[in-house]
Design a protein around this ligand. Structure first.
Ligand SMILES: [Zn+2]
Length: 273
């Protein structure tokens, strides 16, 4: 779950109609739209498994409803859409700029605070090693980012798997497994929060060493643009929706005809967690 694109359903939705906009859409309008897609193909929910280790009784009831076909698809996003990639690239450039200013600024400030000088003596070899280790840190942070997604999936009870779309896109996914909206939000934002916080602490404690991992922390910050975008879009949905990661984005589902099954908070016997 890195980036996303929106798939406009074959059947015109009440929101989009038959003439979905073909022009590049602004970030705001994409993040803000909540399109209902009615092409709920039967085979898509045949093998869906609801994941929620903290509400076993409610999970069982909802799984029965899913197995009975009482579920419909609300939305689907796919990162490979060219329109979406263009907008996401712009957001990535913005977060790259913000991340660079923030981490480089923090690094310089922390270095000055510890050593009382701004620039250490830099040789040609020193610069080469700095560049090499930074490139290495960037390469290492990519799988680490996905592993943190995976650990978060596993925390909720999911069974993540990993893959790559060569040459450089890695992913962690749980296709066929449904997570509650808020749990999926935690999964989506975990690498951004964990690695950014770790980077800040590392920079404050050891700014001289942290200068060699700048590309990694900045790259993670910038690369999480899709995760943030997805989170903003998800937040506009009710917390009762169920999210299925699809390697290239997500599908959102809603259990039908059973309002009491749609929120763990309404279920007293599960309320303690
Ligand atoms: Zn991610």
């Amino acid at each position: 779950m890195i980036l996303e694109k929106e798939r406009f359903g074959d059947t015109p939705s009440p929101v989009l109609g038959a003439t979905a906009p073909k022009n590049p859409v602004s970030l705001h309008s994409i993040a803000g739209s909540c399109d209902i897609i009615e092409d709920n193909l039967p085979e898509e929910h045949m093998s869906l498994t609801l994941i929620d280790r903290f509400h076993p009784d409610l999970r069982q009831k909802q799984q029965a409803a899913i197995d009975a076909g009482h579920i419909r698809k609300l939305d689907e996003l796919d990162l490979l859409d060219q329109q979406r990639l263009y907008s996401l690239a712009r957001l990535s450039v913005l977060t790259l700029g913000i991340g660079t200013l923030f981490f480089a600024g923090l690094n310089i400030a922390a270095y000055y605070w510890q050593r009382h000088t701004l620039i250490p003596g830099i040789t040609g070899w020193g610069f080469f090693i700095w560049l090499l280790l930074n490139c290495l840190s960037y390469v290492v942070i990519l799988p680490l980012h996905e592993v943190i997604h995976g650990l978060a999936f596993a925390f909720w009870g999911g069974k993540p798997y990993y893959g790559a779309r060569l040459p450089f896109v890695l992913y962690c996914s749980t296709k066929g497994q449904l997570f509650r909206r808020n749990q999926y939000l935690v999964v989506g934002l975990a690498p951004l929060v964990v690695i950014t916080l770790a980077g800040i602490v590392f920079t404050l404690l050891a700014p001289a060493l942290a200068a060699y991992t700048l590309f990694g922390t900045i790259g993670n910050f910038s690369g999480a643009a899709g995760d943030v975008w997805m989170a903003l879009r998800l937040l506009r949905q009710p917390d009762s929706v169920l999210a299925e990661d699809t390697e290239v984005g997500y599908r959102l589902w809603e259990i039908q005809n059973s309002p009491e099954l749609n929120s763990p908070d309404r279920n007293e016997q599960d309320a303690e967690l």
